[in-house]
Design a binder for this molecule. Structure first.
Ligand code: PYC
Length: 317
């Protein structure tokens, strides 16, 4: 029998499950290497923690790791029901609140190592966290793709720690009650991008699709619907997705450096985002985005994987 201790939280409605004990031993190499070891040797454990009957497709998981960089407070590898994420904004906010709950972190700024670089997260109070994310940039503007059943859809390709296709002109109604229609549409866009060989700048798969529309809160700038790689939509405004959006706004001259963008999610929760120029990046108009949101602890559990359980490794779909 294997026991895995997890702490659950939600950030703006989007759940995060951090493995705090009982995770796989991945060695002491760079987190990118450890992620590969996780994927190649321990993927059953990811599936056990994320998939039913112990998890669900909406969960994002994080494996708490020892950082290689001694200036970092923690390392983290994020994953979901379908595989692994490069970075996760809502998950980093959840991680900070979780580490504070465990009395492992005090208020203030802490460096966190991820497979795509170090981010700086500031615990502003017990719930509220700002994440200075990895360098973000738009790689292509106004890319058209034919989406079967919907016609031509045009969007921008942008990196915010994951690859996103951002669409503003889509004719969809961004209401929570329409989540099934929105999910179907965004999944078709994702398939069409893959079938047409449209990728991120480094050939990376565009596995997040983001629709934008008018906000419902008077003081928000925009509402979004974000489809995640595992087929579930993000309940939060998506930290890496908001970073990708900030990169587009910055490149278009629509948001000044330091100005605040209030991004509302499909469930009505809000992340505040702002950006500064990244003077060290080789990418044109690259920015360093900062995202602020709040998370709450929702549970603490020991997941049990019995040897005789036919679904010890979860139900993979
Ligand atoms: O907040 O970056 C994010 C995120 C990615 C996938 C789900 N949430």
């Amino acid at each position: 029998m294997q026991t895995i201790r997890v702490l659950d939280s939600h950030t703006g409605g989007e759940p995060t499950r951090i493995i705090v004990e009982g995770g796989p031993e991945l060695g002491t190499g760079p987190l990118r290497e450890r992620l590969n070891i996780f994927r190649e040797q321990f993927d059953d454990l990811r599936s056990a923690v994320m998939n039913e009957p112990r998890g669900s497709d909406v969960l994002v998981g994080g494996l708490l790791c020892r950082p290689t960089d001694p200036t970092c407070a923690a390392g983290i590898i994020f994953f979901n029901n379908a595989g692994y994420l490069h970075m996760c904004g809502h998950g980093t906010i959840g991680l900070m609140v979780t580490l504070h709950w465990m009395k492992q972190l005090g208020l203030g700024s802490h460096r966190i190592e991820t497979p795509v670089g170090v981010v700086t997260a500031t615990l502003l109070d017990e719930q509220r966290v700002s994440v200075q994310n990895v360098s973000s940039y738009r790689s292509r503007k106004s890319v058209a793709v034919d989406v079967p059943g919907y016609g031509r859809v045009t969007g921008d390709i942008s990196w915010g720690g994951n690859w996103f296709f951002l669409v503003s002109d889509h004719g969809q109604d961004l209401q929570l009650a329409k989540w099934k229609e929105l999910s179907e549409f965004t999944l078709k866009i994702r398939d069409a991008l893959a079938q047409n060989g449209i990728t991120g700048a480094d050939g990376g798969e565009i596995d997040h699709i983001e629709l934008f529309g008018p906000p419902q809160h008077a003081n928000s700038d925009s509402r979004n619907f974000v489809m995640c790689p595992g087929g579930a939509y993000d309940r939060s405004p998506c930290g890496t997705g908001t970073s990708a959006k900030l990169a587009c706004l910055a490149a278009d001259g629509k948001l000044a450096a330091g100005a605040v963008w209030r991004q509302e999610s499909i469930v009505g929760t809000i992340f505040e985002g702002s950006w500064l120029p990244d003077e060290h990046s080789a990418h044109k108009d690259a920015i360093i985005p900062t995202i602020t949101g709040s998370a709450w602890i929702t549970g603490e559990a020991s997941l049990i994987l019995q040897v005789s359980d036919p679904f010890r490794a979860g139900i993979r779909s």
